[in-house]
Write a protein that binds this ligand. Sequence first.
Ligand code: CS2
Ligand code: MG
Length: 403
Amino acid sequence: MLKIVSAKVIVTCPGRNFVTLKIETSDGVTGLGDATLSGRELAVASYLTDHLVPCLIGRDAHTIEDTWQYFYRGAYWRRGPVTMSAIAAVDMALWDIKAKVAGLPLYQLLGGKSRDGAMVYTHANGNTIEETLEKAQKYIAEGYKAVRLQSGVPGLKATYGVGKAGKPYDPADSDIPSEYSWSSEKYLRSVPELFKKARDVLGWDVHLLHDVHHRLTPIEAARLGKELEPYRLFWLEDAVTAENQANFRLIRQHTVTPLAVGEVFNSIWDCKQLIEEQLIDYIRATVVHAGGITHLRRIAALADIYNVRTGCHGATDLSPVSMAAALHFDVSIPNFGIQEWMHHAEVTDEVFRRTYSYKDGALHPGEGPGLGVELDEALAAKYPYKRAYLPVNRLEDGSLTNW
Ligand code: CS2
Ligand code: MG
């Protein structure tokens, strides 16, 4: 029995807010779990501190599955991003501990390597197509095999995925939600041009991706998918919202552009129909928001039966702890597709000292025991929590739409 003797939540804001659970065992071995939920961080911090930590003390750190079931079924009120992010943090920390005790990098406990590294895609964005493609060329020169393109929309002051004045893009930008104005018509007119020029300038040896960010109707998404077919995207992401998983049937009927969805999902139930009906090609669920490694492995196993591959979310609002856990997961599963990697700020990497590394278009999880991340608590304390919300989005007539 490896007794859990303490657990604490560390909220820190090195570049942006992160919530981290640290569990300590009777042998002095500690484990980390990411619990960051962008814009609702303190809800998860309280869920852990006030509701889960009291039940963790005294439990056997090795009983990962039983602990997962205990917190999932024991909550009675099931699922949701707050609950599943809290359970995810416990799960990641216990896997970290188990691997450290075994003296192995975590992927060795997940079946060993199925591939050496995880192919990543990074973000190229700009106010104009030219600016966006310049950024893409820089990343391709650095060896990236895949790049996401997001460009300004003529006629709109701002749009998703394009940073302000060249600053690194982090949407959680104010302590009351910023408000943006949106026009699907203007957006739909601009995207095919972006990818036509992209193929002209970047050629065909690079995977190109695009994130619609939940903003279209199914028929608009079907049209966009069709118009992008000549440019052979790796995927079109979050084309429509997916609470109604059947939304994707209509898109599927009209286009062979591969579809990805799922960064906002928090359990297998959010994607069971999408996977079983093969309505998507990539599932984007993440370690931190979909119940940890234990649950994400279940989603990947279901996806594998239906030829759906993984494409885990990897934005800067998932901490390096999540990124490390995702990489151990990515290199071990059979149906890995791609891993998003939106680089963290330098100050984030100073607080979260991680061993994963980039080489030739892929991230490698590192060979040290556990996840391979240490949190510098003294440095973390120098960056107090600063409330920051994700934006809201309105159509030009003022009606609220999806950001
Ligand atoms: C985006 C995210 O990376 C992506 O695919 O959808 O950056 C998303 O906007 C943020 O994670 C929201 O906090
Ligand atoms: Mg996205």
